[in-house]
Design a protein around this ligand. Structure first.
Ligand code: NAD
Length: 580
């Protein structure tokens, strides 16, 4: 009898290397495994290494291929921990963990899940940025699917080569990797890292996760000149050929993996909004840079409202950066204010966005569509002291924000002068410098606390140590997207939602804010700790699934949602194998 997971996660025949089962007599969970010998040891999804039992070694033809001692997973973890400790650079640690993942996924997930706080920054931001930069030089084993312009006309066939039956795909075209721009084929580090977080956070089984790189070339001259560069060595595809390429990809995904959740990741500004809008009504899909970031940011704001017992619709927000993150956050703040009864116009009037040219004002030359959405009407600032352009400091002085978001990718732009100008008008300035990696952060938390005499509520995108000021400890919450996207993915998958609605992201933000306990709020953190990722993902998934049903994009659930989540969240542990 197939076990419960297989109901949620049907494995297609052509991907079948095992089936999860439950023994009807003993109730034991086991896998029916189709591989054997050295092939079994080389399959990272199935390999247990030295933990294969005597019976398994005999029955799967691996006797003699392993040393004599049969290890428990705990013994393996000791060995892995020792090897990890010998790595003396973050990139070295990232490479070690990647090779562990490629050797034995169960052990990798178990190891990382026991050290989430320490290792999340190694497998994902900020260290993954370094791994992407050096990708062609540190490449060991392939993972996921690469599609290039040479694959036009046969993307269905290429996707059918997938080693997994995808339930979740994370796809990038590598153009705007984290804060470091076009990384060509090296961008693949991002979907791989992100999917690892789907598994760590929400327990999505690694056999359901497929990273995809749309390697449409690169405009990064350093890569094009690098003799060992591994990607498609051409300038980036642009214009109609690019859109046709993406269109063929989406159609192929729908055909090969019907019902799959597609997450768009690290696309350029000129493509991310259009891809999201074009395909969000074609398949369940979302863009984490726009919507996931927004949900995390709004959740932080909701946490701050809880901490200060204030109302969101009374806040004035200045958003430094009007790209994917900035516009996404602005949209969701406006939506959250509207859910609380504000009109669309009133909500928009509380938000000021800025880009590298200063305040985004309607009528300014060269504004693209997504920036226009939150462009300030000139009449609204008619009384302001201003020249043609309104720089950041002038906006802060005249708009008198209570909340400042940094999503500009520019280090140090929240200067002492700016922060002091803000703190003059508000007793508890809420300051969220979210730019990653760490070196790009708009301000150092300790400076923000000092410049505001300890009044600021600070949250960052990258991890920072606690700050001590005037005898008090301040916990700097990390507004990490990892609190949202795995749960959104799980909630979408378990509810079998046909689409991902804006409401599902608002529900995610609210659910995440509810996970922050009073102890954290009391020391100033508006986010949970990274090691609470599972708890957060579960709460988010629950809220997202319920909202999917309420929004009419999923059927009412036939069974108890908690029970469904319990058995859908994979825990990294070995189960016995039986021969197929
Ligand atoms: P983006 O390239 O789409 O947007 C950057 C925006 O910043 C653009 O509008 C640009 O005009 C503006 N900008 C550049 N220099 C500026 C300056 N000096 N003053 C004001 N604006 C300036 O990038 P994005 O995807 O929106 O990401 C922006 C930053 O946010 C990145 O550093 C990224 O790491 C970070 N981010 C953090 C999180 C998180 O912490 N959860 C999530 C997503 C993105």
């Amino acid at each position: 009898m197939p076990d419960q997971d297989s109901k949620v996660a049907p494995i297609l025949d052509h991907h079948l290397t095992y089936e999860r089962r439950v023994d009807p007599e003993t109730g034991e969970r086991y896998r029916l495994v189709y591989l054997e010998g050295a092939t079994l040891l080389r399959d990272p999804l199935l390999n247990k290494g030295t933990a294969f039992t005597a019976e398994e070694r005999a029955s799967f033809g691996v006797r003699g291929l392993l040393p004599a001692h049969i290890c428990s997973i705990e013994e393996q973890l000791v060995r892995v921990g020792e090897a990890y400790a010998t790595k003396d650079t973050n990139l070295g640690r990232n490479i070690y963990l990647a090779s562990l993942q490629d050797r034995n996924e169960t052990l990798f997930y178990r190891f990382v899940s026991e050290h989430l706080q320490e290792m999340t920054p190694i497998i994902y931001t900020p260290v993954v940025a370094e791994a992407c930069r050096h990708w062609s030089h540190i490449f060991r084993r392939p993972r996921g699917i690469y599609l290039t312009p040479g694959d036009r006309g046969r993307m269905v066939e290429v996707l059918q080569h997938s080693p997994v039956d995808a339930g979740v795909i994370v796809v990038t075209d590598n153009e705007r990797i984290l804060g470091i721009g076009d990384q060509g084929a090296g961008g693949m580090g991002i979907p791989i890292g992100k999917l690892a977080l789907y598994t760590l956070g929400a327990g999505i089984h690694p056999a359901r996760c497929l990273p995809v790189s749309l390697d449409v070339g690169t405009d990064n001259e350093d890569l094009l000149r690098d003799p060992v560069y591994l990607g498609w060595r051409e300038p980036r595809l642009r214009g109609d050929p690019y859109w046709e390429f993406v269109d063929e990809f989406v159609k192929a995904v729908c055909k090969v993996f019907p019902g799959v959740l597609l997450q768009w990741e690290d696309f350029g500004n000129n493509t991310s909004f259009r891809n999201l809008e074009t395909y969000r009504d074609v398949l369940p899909s979302f863009n984490d840079d726009i919507q996931g970031t927004a949900a995390v940011a709004v959740s932080g704001l909701m946490g701050a409202m809880r901490m200060l017992e204030r109302r969101l619709e009374d806040q004035t927000i200045v958003m430094l950066g009007a790209g994917s993150a900035g516009v996404g956050i602005a949209r969701q703040i406006a939506a959250a204010m509207q859910e609380q009864g504000a009109s669309a116009a009133a909500a928009r009037s509380r938000i000021y966005t800025l880009d590298s040219k200063g305040l985004v004002i309607r009528g300014r030359e060269g504004l693209n569509e997504h920036k226009l959405e939150f462009a300030v009407e000139p009449e609204r600032i008619a009384s302001w002291d201003k020249a043609d352009r309104v720089p950041f400091l002038d906006v802060v002085r005249q708009a008198k924000p209570t909340v400042l978001f940094g999503v500009s990718g520019q280090p140090g732009v929240f200067t002492e002068e700016i922060v002091r100008a803000m703190a003059k008008h508000t007793d508890r300035p809420m300051i969220f410098p979210l730019s990653n990696p760490t070196a790009n952060c708009e301000a150092r938390p300790e400076d923000l606390v000092r410049w505001t005499e300890g009044r600021a509520i600070v949250a960052t995108g990258s991890p920072f140590d606690d700050v001590f000021y005037d005898g008090r400890r301040y916990r700097i919450g990390q507004g990490n997207n990892v609190f949202v996207f795995p749960g959104v993915g799980l909630g979408t998958v378990v509810s079998q939602a046909r689409r991902v609605t804006d409401g599902m992201f608002l529900a995610a933000a609210q659910a995440l804010a509810g996970v922050v306990d009073d102890e954290l709020l009391n020391i100033g953190s508006v986010y949970p700790r990274i090691d609470q990722m599972r708890q957060a993902s579960r709460a988010v998934a629950r809220a997202v699934a319920e909202r999917a049903v309420a929004d009419g994009v999923a059927e009412p659930l036939a069974e108890d949602l908690d029970a469904l989540l319990d058995r859908s969240m994979w825990v990294a542990d070995y189960v016995p194998y039986r021969r197929a």
